[in-house]
Design a protein around this ligand. Structure first.
Ligand code: UD1
Length: 338
């Protein structure tokens, strides 16, 4: 069985993927600098799977440490989740984003080359599509042109670095996964999305409104050209997303392959609120406010390529994601004695 290194493996998407990998029989090790996650996630992964992954608290910018880690373990594949991801912050601190996200990837690819690890899976984002003429995104569309922030551009630049590197190293096998909007949590309630600081994304904000940490949800605009006027996105359950990585690992081949990971179905902000209310049995307080700069009216994945080539498709619904999110929130409250 392949030995895997997961960078950012204690983060939201990383931790769910580590669980699925262990359950599929892979040996997994984790590197994380805990910038936006907690070491206790390792205990939770052990609780769910019965296996404790080896954990290195390390920064990918620390080349010496990275070299030591690679020298010790012979990895077959690297899954690269680690990275800064706050859109607003990236506008304020672009150089932090370029240094962290891009240099860390270059360091990782160099360590892989030195120690003979050829398989690489990269966590990219639907953000690389920017604004397109049509809202359904297909992998063959041009990317990079209308990205509105440095965070999004780091994802685009890294995708290009991977393509260039694959031309130079004929043994290199890469898969770039473009995530749409990940939501939900593991059904155990033990792991989920728990960002440090003030969240920017819809679901973490809904979670904080539901337990009173934020007084109300601000809905950014209801005058978009959609049925109910609010923006529509392709929300994918994080466990489905995690399973997409397991499918990808089983389909590595020389060169670069790119896949959208989404459901193929858009959901509006108002529909998300309704789904949350149905799952919680409560009314989430919200207010319609002005549009957020840079938001697109709607975008969703065309997931045909992942369905056909990887034999993967999403199985969980928005209702499942809402139920699992609430379950996770309740577990967190219990754990912290509230
Ligand atoms: C955002 C980023 C994208 C990034 C992704 C990561 C922007 C413009 N895009 O995507 O680059 O890859 O997160 O997950 O920031 N909403 C509200 N009120 C809120 C928060 C969000 O109404 O308080 C709405 C937004 O207008 C949007 C939807 O909820 O329609 C989803 O927002 P969000 O979770 O931030 O995701 P994206 O904007 O799709």
């Amino acid at each position: 069985m392949k030995k895997i290194l997961a960078t950012g493996g204690t983060g939201y998407i990383g931790s769910h993927t580590v669980v699925e990998l262990i359950q599929a029989g892979y040996e997994v090790e984790i590197i994380d600098n805990l910038f936006n996650s907690k070491a206790t996630v390792i205990d939770k992964i052990e609780k769910i799977t019965g296996v404790r992954p080896k954990f290195y608290e390390a920064d990918l910018l620390d080349e010496e440490k990275l070299d030591q880690i690679f020298a010790e373990a012979k990895y077959d594949a690297v899954l690269h989740f680690a990275g800064l991801k706050a859109v607003g912050e990236s506008v304020e601190k672009p150089l932090d984003y370029y240094r962290n996200n891009i240099m860390s990837t270059v360091n990782l690819l160099e360590a892989m080359k030195k120690y003979g690890t050829h398989e690489f899976i990269f966590s990219s984002s639907a953000t690389v599509y920017g604004e397109q003429e049509q809202p359904e995104c297909v992998e063959t569309m041009e990317t990079g042109r209308s990205i509105t922030n440095p965070y999004g551009r780091t994802k685009y630049f890294i995708e290009e670095i991977i393509k260039d590197y694959a031309i130079a190293d004929k043994d290199f096998k890469a898969i770039t996964l473009r995530y749409f909007n990940p939501i939900g949590a593991h059904s155990s309630g033990l792991i989920g999305e728990d960002p440090n600081g003030i969240p920017n994304n819809l679901m973490p904000i809904i979670m904080r409104v539901s337990d009173g940490r934020i007084p109300e949800l601000q809905v950014f605009g209801d005058d978009y050209p959609t049925a109910d006027g609010t923006c529509r996105r392709d929300y994918i359950h994080v466990v489905d997303l995690a399973k997409g990585h397991v499918a990808a690992l089983e389909h590595m081949k020389n060169g670069v392959q790119i896949f959208n990971l989404g459901t193929g179905q858009p959901t509006s902000v108002k529909e998300m609120i309704k789904a949350f209310n149905e799952a919680s049995g409560k009314e989430l307080p919200y207010k319609i406010v002005g549009r957020r700069a840079g938001d697109l009216a709607e975008m969703w994945a065309n997931a045909d390529k992942a369905n056909e080539v990887l034999g993967w498709k999403t199985e969980l619904t928005i209702a499942d994601a809402m139920r699992d999110t609430i379950n996770y929130l309740n577990h967190e409250k219990e754990e912290h004695g509230e």
